[in-house]
Design a protein around this ligand. Sequence first.
Ligand code: MN
Length: 753
Amino acid sequence: MDEMQVRQDIETRYEHLEQRVLENNPNASVLRLRAAFEYADRHHGAQLRKSGEPYITHPIAVAEIVAELDLDLDSIIAALLHDCIEDTDSTHDDIAKQFGTTVANLVEGVTKLTRMQYTSKEEEQMENLRKMFMAMANDVRVILIKLCDRLHNMRTLQFQSERKQKEKSLETMEIYAPIAHRLGMQRLKWELEDLSLQYLDPIGYREVQQELDALTTENSEFLARMQKQIEERLAQEGIQCTVYGRLKHIYSIYRKMYAQSKTIKEIFDIYAFRVIVADVSACYNVLGCIHDMFKPVLGRFKDYISTPKPNGYQSLHTTVIGGEGIPFEVQIRTWEMHQTAEYGVAAHWKYKQGMANSRLGTEKEFEWVRKLLESQQDTDPDEFVRTLKVDMFADEVFVFTPNGDVKSLPAGATPIDFAYSIHSAVGNSMTGARVNGRIVTYDTPLKNGDIVEIITSKTAKGPSRDWMNICKSNEARNKIRQWFKKERREENIATGRAAFEAELKHMGLTMAAITATQDLLDTLLKRVRFNSLDELYAAIGYGGMSAQKAVVRIKEEMTRLGRLERQNAERQALQANLNAGETIFPANAKLQPPPAGRPRHSESGIIVEGLDNCMVKFAKCCTPVPGDPVVGFITRGYGVSIHRADCPNADPARRKPEEAGRWVNVSWVEGETATYRTSLEISAKDRDGLALDVAMALSTQKVKVNNLSARSQPDGYALVSLELSVRDKGELTGVINKLAQISGVFLVKRAGG
Ligand code: MN
């Protein structure tokens, strides 16, 4: 082609577009349209596409696809100009001056999406990429124009290198087709998917296509017959309708065959008839007729009219078996539903044409778009779409790492949030940040699509405390706090200690008072959940706990301990009186037991090897008495605990190795006159008067009983538990023998032994 022919060809293409625009909208300003065409043509100049055609043929083709969707003139003009900012010296301001800010903003929006890079191949990144894509466009028309741009590029992909083909196809399959689906634009989605599949799996694509062709040839007569039958029957019923048959698009069959490993004959809905009628009640009438004519397949009927799909799709679906046993699907819908099914959100502009004179508001039909896009309340239907903002993800911002991974951060996030979302080590060694290649301050809010790079250094001083006020995410804040906790321990302890001591003084306490004994200090620290004073100071230092809170709790605990001590003293006095009484057997068999493991001093009758005058208590588990072989265990804070040598808790095999040094030899003091508490268990056949006989036996032995309780067992036996005081093992043996002689008793044993 010579220069003249090329110019002529371009002019023809433009005129075709103009025709198309006038068809939909006879009042469209052809002057504006032509001005846009000439502007784009001039700016792209001699640029060529990979196919060798002049570059301007691409924007014209994209504008034509946009016009086919019946979008408004601004969108069509923006489509003509869509590559000007990206590929020529044209600017937003320049376009705004000549075509208005709406067009300029649309072009700029498309440019932003074009600049987005999709290097990530990670599955979990894809949804983020899709969200980011939609969040970046603040007008739904930007997305629609970009989808049309992509569709034309996919249609002409054969001129690109194989690598580029695969890349673009993958991107289309993962990003563009799902977005088209989300916006309800089935027709666009199908074409995008089929084109992508052609490059991603050319062999699989051809296989499906060939099988489909063979099947269609085989069944073409059958299909024609079915269609005729349906048309005739519906005509008889007086239902006005349009019936047409169609094949499922290749990718959806491909998915069913490969993902669900079905053969093509096992797929029920390869053939589908569409019946399009005037109103909803006709839909249900048609359904009745179809089910009357053919046998419906169970479980295949779906009513998407009463329950539309999330993207607004409405139709009745049913699968029936035709005369030759061949199943086919029937989809029944109104014209409005049909438009929405094919064009989704773009159907709005189509409706506008057809309903210009109708009193029907388009508001209701677009409820789903409103929900889908969470648009602002806008009552005028025209304004509604013009200002349709895609703010589905208003509380999130999506940015790229230099590798092309997408990070989702809270709206208003800063480079600090970004750094910590990568890794705490990145945040902690950050010395600067670049956004889209330019150095920025730490408090710069990130925008959708920004490429953020963090500059780090091994000698970085670490985060500063005001970063916690700048960052927006809890993740960053926690990680910064964590750093102060770990890295600045010494400093934290010092500042924490100062704050703590000041607060103590303020509350009228002294350090000496709370550290009087190690026991007391441990108890107090337990109350604030720390193991040492340093840990407490450190926590106060990095802000994990306030000094005030710590001191308040400690003060409460001191008060509680003081009260407890007074109560204990009273109870001990009471117990001493009780023990002094000569009660042989208490009238009330269930006495309050004395406080467990009450420490006794060296009057206990025990000598602890190597320790003079230490506290001694008798272990509750085995209650030793003089004469029993015994061992001692040095407890933390409660002196030496005395066990019988045969007590399971003192078994050398079960002692913890780290506590080996705590086990000590102990022995009984000869000639001791004190009494010792011990426990016995009696097993007997249950009978009336058993407890009385036990009491009598004890009484004759002149044994002091501290506690006695008898329990009936479900199997006809009884268990009697005794707590008594004896002088030594000899006396205890006498008691045991006496008890064993009671009728029905078959076992008397020492508790815990
Ligand atoms: Mn383009």
